[in-house]
Ligand binder design. Sequence first.
Ligand SMILES: Cc1ncc(COP(=O)(O)O)c(C=O)c1O
Length: 393
Amino acid sequence: MISSVLPTYNRAPLAFVKGEGSWLFAEDGSRYLDLGSGIAVNALGHAHPALVQTLADQAAKLWHVSNLYRIPEQEALADLLVEHTFADTVFFTNSGTEAAELAIKMVRKYWYDKGQPDRTEILTFEGAFHGRSTGAIAAAGSEKMVKGFGPLMPGFRTLPFGDHDALRAALTDKTAAVMIEPVQGEGGIRPLPDACLKGLRDLCDQTGALLVLDEVQCGMGRTGKLFAHEWAGITPDIMMVAKGIGGGFPLGAVLATENAASGMVAGTHGSTYGGNPLGCAVGAAVMRIVSDDAFLADVNRKAGLFRQGFEGLIAAHPAVFEAVRGQGLMLGLKCKAANTDVVKAAYGQHMLTVPAADNCVRLLPALNIPDADIAEALKRLDAAATEVERNAA
Ligand SMILES: Cc1ncc(COP(=O)(O)O)c(C=O)c1O
Protein backbone atom coordinates (compact mmCIF):
# COMPACT_ATOMS: atom_id res chain seq x y z
CA MET A 1 0.00 0.00 0.00
CA ILE A 2 1.32 3.40 -0.90
CA SER A 3 2.38 5.58 2.04
CA SER A 4 0.36 8.67 2.87
CA VAL A 5 3.37 10.75 1.81
CA LEU A 6 4.10 10.17 -1.89
CA PRO A 7 7.14 7.88 -1.79
CA THR A 8 9.49 9.91 -4.02
CA TYR A 9 12.32 10.14 -1.48
CA ASN A 10 14.83 7.57 -0.30
CA ARG A 11 14.71 8.65 3.33
CA ALA A 12 17.08 7.69 6.14
CA PRO A 13 15.20 6.35 9.20
CA LEU A 14 15.83 9.51 11.21
CA ALA A 15 13.43 12.19 12.41
CA PHE A 16 14.37 15.40 14.16
CA VAL A 17 12.34 17.47 16.52
CA LYS A 18 14.64 20.40 17.31
CA GLY A 19 17.69 22.18 15.98
CA GLU A 20 20.25 24.43 17.59
CA GLY A 21 23.24 25.85 15.71
CA SER A 22 24.95 22.97 13.92
CA TRP A 23 23.09 20.31 15.89
CA LEU A 24 19.84 18.46 15.31
CA PHE A 25 18.03 16.57 18.05
CA ALA A 26 16.29 13.28 17.26
CA GLU A 27 13.03 12.05 18.74
CA ASP A 28 14.91 9.98 21.33
CA GLY A 29 16.91 13.03 22.51
CA SER A 30 20.18 12.02 20.86
CA ARG A 31 21.93 14.75 18.89
CA TYR A 32 23.43 14.76 15.41
CA LEU A 33 26.09 17.09 14.01
CA ASP A 34 24.51 18.59 10.90
CA LEU A 35 27.00 19.04 8.04
CA GLY A 36 24.28 19.10 5.39
CA SER A 37 22.29 22.13 6.58
CA GLY A 38 19.18 20.88 4.80
CA ILE A 39 21.31 20.86 1.61
CA ALA A 40 22.80 24.34 2.01
CA VAL A 41 19.59 25.91 3.31
CA ASN A 42 20.25 26.54 7.01
CA ALA A 43 23.10 28.95 6.20
CA LEU A 44 23.19 30.28 9.77
CA GLY A 45 22.49 26.97 11.48
CA HIS A 46 19.27 26.05 13.24
CA ALA A 47 17.24 28.49 15.34
CA HIS A 48 19.63 31.42 14.88
CA PRO A 49 18.40 33.96 17.49
CA ALA A 50 18.27 36.92 15.05
CA LEU A 51 16.23 34.89 12.53
CA VAL A 52 13.89 33.48 15.18
CA GLN A 53 13.28 36.98 16.52
CA THR A 54 12.73 38.46 13.04
CA LEU A 55 10.30 35.67 12.10
CA ALA A 56 8.38 35.97 15.37
CA ASP A 57 8.15 39.77 15.12
CA GLN A 58 6.95 39.64 11.52
CA ALA A 59 4.56 36.75 12.23
CA ALA A 60 2.86 38.87 14.87
CA LYS A 61 2.44 41.70 12.36
CA LEU A 62 1.72 40.39 8.85
CA TRP A 63 2.30 37.05 7.09
CA HIS A 64 0.94 37.49 3.61
CA VAL A 65 -0.38 40.14 1.33
CA SER A 66 -0.84 39.85 -2.39
CA ASN A 67 1.64 41.24 -4.86
CA LEU A 68 -1.30 43.39 -5.97
CA TYR A 69 0.06 45.77 -3.34
CA ARG A 70 3.45 47.19 -2.40
CA ILE A 71 5.31 45.00 0.11
CA PRO A 72 7.85 47.09 2.04
CA GLU A 73 9.72 44.00 3.39
CA GLN A 74 10.16 42.79 -0.20
CA GLU A 75 11.43 46.21 -1.32
CA ALA A 76 13.91 46.27 1.59
CA LEU A 77 15.37 42.86 0.67
CA ALA A 78 15.50 43.76 -3.03
CA ASP A 79 17.35 46.98 -2.12
CA LEU A 80 19.88 45.00 -0.08
CA LEU A 81 20.48 42.52 -2.93
CA VAL A 82 20.85 45.33 -5.47
CA GLU A 83 23.24 47.17 -3.15
CA HIS A 84 25.51 44.13 -2.71
CA THR A 85 25.48 42.61 -6.21
CA PHE A 86 25.65 43.29 -9.96
CA ALA A 87 21.85 43.34 -10.12
CA ASP A 88 19.55 46.26 -10.85
CA THR A 89 16.33 44.39 -10.11
CA VAL A 90 15.02 41.32 -8.24
CA PHE A 91 11.98 39.02 -8.48
CA PHE A 92 11.20 36.81 -5.47
CA THR A 93 10.16 33.17 -5.73
CA ASN A 94 9.62 30.38 -3.18
CA SER A 95 12.30 28.02 -4.47
CA GLY A 96 15.27 27.54 -6.76
CA THR A 97 13.20 25.73 -9.37
CA GLU A 98 10.87 28.70 -9.71
CA ALA A 99 13.91 30.95 -10.04
CA ALA A 100 15.14 28.73 -12.91
CA GLU A 101 11.74 28.96 -14.60
CA LEU A 102 11.78 32.75 -14.46
CA ALA A 103 15.39 32.92 -15.67
CA ILE A 104 14.38 30.86 -18.73
CA LYS A 105 11.31 33.04 -19.36
CA MET A 106 13.38 36.21 -18.95
CA VAL A 107 15.89 35.02 -21.56
CA ARG A 108 13.15 34.14 -24.05
CA LYS A 109 11.31 37.41 -23.55
CA TYR A 110 14.55 39.37 -23.92
CA TRP A 111 15.18 38.01 -27.42
CA TYR A 112 11.50 38.19 -28.39
CA ASP A 113 11.47 41.89 -27.55
CA LYS A 114 14.75 42.38 -29.41
CA GLY A 115 13.02 41.14 -32.56
CA GLN A 116 14.71 37.72 -32.55
CA PRO A 117 11.87 35.43 -31.34
CA ASP A 118 13.63 32.32 -32.69
CA ARG A 119 16.75 32.96 -30.62
CA THR A 120 15.73 30.54 -27.88
CA GLU A 121 18.56 28.05 -27.45
CA ILE A 122 20.02 27.93 -23.94
CA LEU A 123 23.28 26.04 -23.49
CA THR A 124 23.61 23.97 -20.32
CA PHE A 125 26.14 21.44 -19.04
CA GLU A 126 26.35 17.78 -18.13
CA GLY A 127 26.03 17.18 -14.41
CA ALA A 128 23.98 20.35 -13.98
CA PHE A 129 20.99 20.57 -11.68
CA HIS A 130 18.52 23.44 -11.95
CA GLY A 131 15.43 21.94 -10.30
CA ARG A 132 12.64 19.46 -11.05
CA SER A 133 9.99 21.34 -13.03
CA THR A 134 9.54 20.23 -16.63
CA GLY A 135 11.61 23.23 -17.76
CA ALA A 136 14.38 22.67 -15.24
CA ILE A 137 14.76 18.95 -16.02
CA ALA A 138 14.91 19.77 -19.72
CA ALA A 139 17.63 22.31 -18.95
CA ALA A 140 19.76 19.84 -16.99
CA GLY A 141 19.07 17.04 -19.44
CA SER A 142 20.33 14.23 -17.22
CA GLU A 143 19.02 10.81 -18.21
CA LYS A 144 18.06 9.99 -14.62
CA MET A 145 15.87 13.06 -14.17
CA VAL A 146 14.12 13.14 -17.52
CA LYS A 147 13.37 9.43 -18.02
CA GLY A 148 9.63 8.90 -18.25
CA PHE A 149 8.77 12.59 -18.21
CA GLY A 150 8.92 13.41 -21.90
CA PRO A 151 8.25 15.13 -24.16
CA LEU A 152 10.84 17.58 -22.89
CA MET A 153 10.55 21.32 -23.31
CA PRO A 154 12.62 22.27 -26.34
CA GLY A 155 15.25 25.00 -26.40
CA PHE A 156 18.14 23.46 -24.45
CA ARG A 157 21.40 21.89 -25.52
CA THR A 158 23.57 20.10 -22.99
CA LEU A 159 27.33 20.36 -23.47
CA PRO A 160 30.07 18.29 -21.82
CA PHE A 161 31.38 19.85 -18.60
CA GLY A 162 34.77 21.56 -19.06
CA ASP A 163 35.02 21.01 -22.85
CA HIS A 164 36.10 24.42 -24.11
CA ASP A 165 36.14 23.42 -27.77
CA ALA A 166 32.58 22.12 -27.63
CA LEU A 167 31.49 25.33 -25.94
CA ARG A 168 33.24 27.54 -28.48
CA ALA A 169 31.64 25.62 -31.34
CA ALA A 170 28.15 25.73 -29.80
CA LEU A 171 28.10 29.34 -28.59
CA THR A 172 27.18 31.45 -31.63
CA ASP A 173 25.28 34.65 -32.31
CA LYS A 174 22.15 32.46 -32.44
CA THR A 175 22.58 31.36 -28.81
CA ALA A 176 20.07 32.96 -26.44
CA ALA A 177 21.91 32.26 -23.19
CA VAL A 178 24.30 30.04 -21.29
CA MET A 179 23.06 28.68 -17.95
CA ILE A 180 25.62 27.31 -15.53
CA GLU A 181 26.38 26.70 -11.84
CA PRO A 182 29.74 28.28 -10.86
CA VAL A 183 30.12 25.25 -8.57
CA GLN A 184 28.02 22.22 -9.48
CA GLY A 185 26.29 20.99 -6.33
CA GLU A 186 24.26 17.86 -7.09
CA GLY A 187 26.81 17.11 -9.83
CA GLY A 188 29.46 16.41 -7.17
CA ILE A 189 30.89 19.76 -5.96
CA ARG A 190 32.62 20.50 -9.24
CA PRO A 191 33.84 24.11 -9.39
CA LEU A 192 34.16 25.82 -12.73
CA PRO A 193 37.71 27.25 -12.78
CA ASP A 194 37.81 31.07 -12.62
CA ALA A 195 39.51 31.23 -16.03
CA CYS A 196 36.61 29.25 -17.57
CA LEU A 197 34.00 31.57 -16.07
CA LYS A 198 35.95 34.58 -17.36
CA GLY A 199 36.24 32.95 -20.81
CA LEU A 200 32.53 32.20 -20.77
CA ARG A 201 31.74 35.84 -19.96
CA ASP A 202 33.94 36.93 -22.89
CA LEU A 203 32.24 34.52 -25.29
CA CYS A 204 28.81 35.75 -24.17
CA ASP A 205 29.92 39.36 -24.68
CA GLN A 206 31.18 38.54 -28.17
CA THR A 207 27.94 36.83 -29.25
CA GLY A 208 25.41 38.80 -27.19
CA ALA A 209 24.23 35.64 -25.40
CA LEU A 210 23.05 36.24 -21.84
CA LEU A 211 25.05 34.65 -19.02
CA VAL A 212 22.72 33.04 -16.48
CA LEU A 213 24.35 31.80 -13.29
CA ASP A 214 22.62 29.32 -11.02
CA GLU A 215 23.83 30.23 -7.54
CA VAL A 216 20.98 28.46 -5.77
CA GLN A 217 23.41 26.19 -3.91
CA CYS A 218 26.77 28.02 -4.17
CA GLY A 219 25.50 31.55 -3.46
CA MET A 220 24.76 33.48 -0.25
CA GLY A 221 28.24 33.22 1.25
CA ARG A 222 28.59 29.47 0.75
CA THR A 223 31.92 29.72 -1.13
CA GLY A 224 33.39 32.48 1.03
CA LYS A 225 32.23 35.33 -1.23
CA LEU A 226 28.65 36.57 -1.13
CA PHE A 227 28.24 35.00 -4.59
CA ALA A 228 30.59 32.45 -6.13
CA HIS A 229 31.11 34.32 -9.43
CA GLU A 230 32.87 37.09 -7.50
CA TRP A 231 35.93 34.81 -7.24
CA ALA A 232 36.30 35.08 -11.03
CA GLY A 233 35.82 38.85 -11.06
CA ILE A 234 32.93 38.68 -13.52
CA THR A 235 29.22 39.43 -13.32
CA PRO A 236 26.29 37.58 -14.91
CA ASP A 237 23.28 39.07 -16.67
CA ILE A 238 20.82 36.94 -14.69
CA MET A 239 21.33 34.95 -11.48
CA MET A 240 19.17 32.42 -9.67
CA VAL A 241 19.33 32.36 -5.87
CA ALA A 242 17.45 30.28 -3.25
CA LYS A 243 18.33 27.92 -0.37
CA GLY A 244 20.56 29.99 1.98
CA ILE A 245 18.82 33.27 1.23
CA GLY A 246 15.91 32.30 3.49
CA GLY A 247 18.02 30.58 6.14
CA GLY A 248 15.33 27.85 6.23
CA PHE A 249 12.31 29.87 5.13
CA PRO A 250 11.30 28.90 1.56
CA LEU A 251 12.59 31.81 -0.48
CA GLY A 252 14.25 32.25 -3.86
CA ALA A 253 15.05 35.09 -6.19
CA VAL A 254 16.09 36.03 -9.69
CA LEU A 255 18.53 38.91 -9.87
CA ALA A 256 19.11 40.65 -13.17
CA THR A 257 20.58 43.66 -14.89
CA GLU A 258 18.13 46.24 -16.18
CA ASN A 259 19.01 45.23 -19.74
CA ALA A 260 18.42 41.48 -19.22
CA ALA A 261 15.16 42.16 -17.38
CA SER A 262 13.90 44.63 -19.97
CA GLY A 263 11.18 42.31 -21.31
CA MET A 264 9.65 41.57 -17.93
CA VAL A 265 7.04 44.32 -17.78
CA ALA A 266 3.80 44.32 -15.75
CA GLY A 267 1.74 41.19 -16.38
CA THR A 268 4.57 39.01 -17.74
CA HIS A 269 5.26 37.08 -14.53
CA GLY A 270 3.93 36.65 -11.01
CA SER A 271 3.68 34.50 -7.91
CA THR A 272 1.07 34.26 -5.17
CA TYR A 273 3.52 33.69 -2.32
CA GLY A 274 6.81 34.90 -3.80
CA GLY A 275 8.17 37.86 -1.86
CA ASN A 276 5.74 37.61 1.05
CA PRO A 277 6.49 39.71 4.15
CA LEU A 278 7.50 36.73 6.35
CA GLY A 279 10.03 35.33 3.90
CA CYS A 280 11.48 38.69 2.96
CA ALA A 281 11.86 39.86 6.57
CA VAL A 282 13.85 36.70 7.31
CA GLY A 283 15.78 37.04 4.04
CA ALA A 284 16.84 40.57 4.92
CA ALA A 285 18.05 39.38 8.34
CA VAL A 286 20.13 36.67 6.63
CA MET A 287 21.53 39.14 4.07
CA ARG A 288 22.57 41.64 6.74
CA ILE A 289 24.65 38.96 8.48
CA VAL A 290 26.05 37.10 5.45
CA SER A 291 26.98 40.15 3.36
CA ASP A 292 29.34 41.41 6.07
CA ASP A 293 33.01 41.20 4.98
CA ALA A 294 34.17 39.97 8.40
CA PHE A 295 31.57 37.18 8.31
CA LEU A 296 32.75 36.09 4.84
CA ALA A 297 36.41 36.21 5.94
CA ASP A 298 35.47 33.85 8.76
CA VAL A 299 33.77 31.47 6.31
CA ASN A 300 37.10 31.25 4.46
CA ARG A 301 39.03 30.71 7.69
CA LYS A 302 36.67 27.90 8.71
CA ALA A 303 37.00 26.39 5.23
CA GLY A 304 40.76 26.29 5.81
CA LEU A 305 40.25 24.30 9.02
CA PHE A 306 38.08 21.77 7.19
CA ARG A 307 40.52 21.44 4.29
CA GLN A 308 43.49 20.93 6.58
CA GLY A 309 41.58 18.21 8.40
CA PHE A 310 40.47 16.58 5.15
CA GLU A 311 44.04 16.34 3.88
CA GLY A 312 44.84 14.37 7.06
CA LEU A 313 41.77 12.16 6.59
CA ILE A 314 42.66 11.40 2.96
CA ALA A 315 46.20 10.43 4.03
CA ALA A 316 44.88 8.29 6.90
CA HIS A 317 42.13 6.57 4.86
CA PRO A 318 43.38 6.26 1.27
CA ALA A 319 40.97 3.41 0.53
CA VAL A 320 37.99 5.54 1.56
CA PHE A 321 38.77 9.10 0.42
CA GLU A 322 40.49 10.23 -2.75
CA ALA A 323 40.45 14.03 -2.89
CA VAL A 324 38.81 17.16 -1.55
CA ARG A 325 37.24 19.74 -3.82
CA GLY A 326 34.98 22.75 -3.71
CA GLN A 327 35.29 26.26 -2.41
CA GLY A 328 34.64 27.84 0.98
CA LEU A 329 32.16 25.76 2.95
CA MET A 330 30.84 24.02 -0.16
CA LEU A 331 33.08 21.00 0.17
CA GLY A 332 33.14 17.64 -1.52
CA LEU A 333 35.06 14.55 -0.56
CA LYS A 334 35.55 12.45 -3.64
CA CYS A 335 35.46 8.88 -2.35
CA LYS A 336 37.15 5.62 -3.30
CA ALA A 337 34.70 3.64 -1.19
CA ALA A 338 31.02 4.01 -2.12
CA ASN A 339 29.91 7.51 -1.05
CA THR A 340 26.65 6.07 0.26
CA ASP A 341 28.63 3.78 2.61
CA VAL A 342 30.48 6.83 3.97
CA VAL A 343 27.23 8.77 4.47
CA LYS A 344 25.73 5.73 6.25
CA ALA A 345 28.78 5.28 8.47
CA ALA A 346 28.58 9.00 9.33
CA TYR A 347 24.96 8.46 10.45
CA GLY A 348 26.38 5.83 12.78
CA GLN A 349 28.65 8.54 14.22
CA HIS A 350 25.59 10.80 14.61
CA MET A 351 26.65 13.12 11.82
CA LEU A 352 24.72 14.20 8.71
CA THR A 353 26.45 14.50 5.34
CA VAL A 354 24.93 14.47 1.84
CA PRO A 355 25.83 12.23 -1.11
CA ALA A 356 26.33 13.82 -4.54
CA ALA A 357 27.07 12.55 -8.04
CA ASP A 358 30.57 11.43 -9.06
CA ASN A 359 30.86 9.34 -5.87
CA CYS A 360 31.20 12.42 -3.72
CA VAL A 361 30.18 13.18 -0.14
CA ARG A 362 29.02 16.76 0.28
CA LEU A 363 29.73 18.84 3.36
CA LEU A 364 27.66 22.00 3.54
CA PRO A 365 27.93 23.08 7.17
CA ALA A 366 26.33 26.18 8.62
CA LEU A 367 28.45 29.16 7.56
CA ASN A 368 28.84 30.10 11.23
CA ILE A 369 29.74 26.59 12.47
CA PRO A 370 31.86 26.97 15.62
CA ASP A 371 35.50 25.83 15.39
CA ALA A 372 34.84 23.23 18.10
CA ASP A 373 32.12 21.67 15.92
CA ILE A 374 34.54 21.56 12.97
CA ALA A 375 37.03 19.62 15.12
CA GLU A 376 34.19 17.32 16.22
CA ALA A 377 33.10 16.80 12.59
CA LEU A 378 36.62 15.78 11.56
CA LYS A 379 36.80 13.34 14.48
CA ARG A 380 33.47 11.75 13.53
CA LEU A 381 34.43 11.57 9.86
CA ASP A 382 37.63 9.78 10.88
CA ALA A 383 35.60 7.28 12.90
CA ALA A 384 33.13 6.84 10.02
CA ALA A 385 36.00 6.12 7.59
CA THR A 386 37.46 3.57 10.02
CA GLU A 387 34.04 1.90 10.11
CA VAL A 388 33.90 1.77 6.29
CA GLU A 389 37.38 0.19 6.24
CA ARG A 390 36.35 -2.37 8.88
CA ASN A 391 33.24 -3.36 6.89
CA ALA A 392 35.30 -3.78 3.72
CA ALA A 393 37.90 -6.02 5.41
C1 LIG B 1 22.02 24.58 -8.31
C2 LIG B 1 20.58 24.33 -8.00
N1 LIG B 1 19.63 24.89 -8.76
C3 LIG B 1 18.33 24.72 -8.52
C4 LIG B 1 17.89 23.93 -7.47
C5 LIG B 1 16.43 23.75 -7.22
O1 LIG B 1 16.06 24.40 -6.07
P1 LIG B 1 14.72 24.01 -5.26
O2 LIG B 1 14.92 22.62 -4.76
O3 LIG B 1 14.64 25.05 -4.17
O4 LIG B 1 13.59 24.14 -6.20
C6 LIG B 1 18.84 23.32 -6.64
C7 LIG B 1 18.41 22.44 -5.54
O5 LIG B 1 19.15 21.62 -5.04
C8 LIG B 1 20.22 23.52 -6.91
O6 LIG B 1 21.16 22.94 -6.15
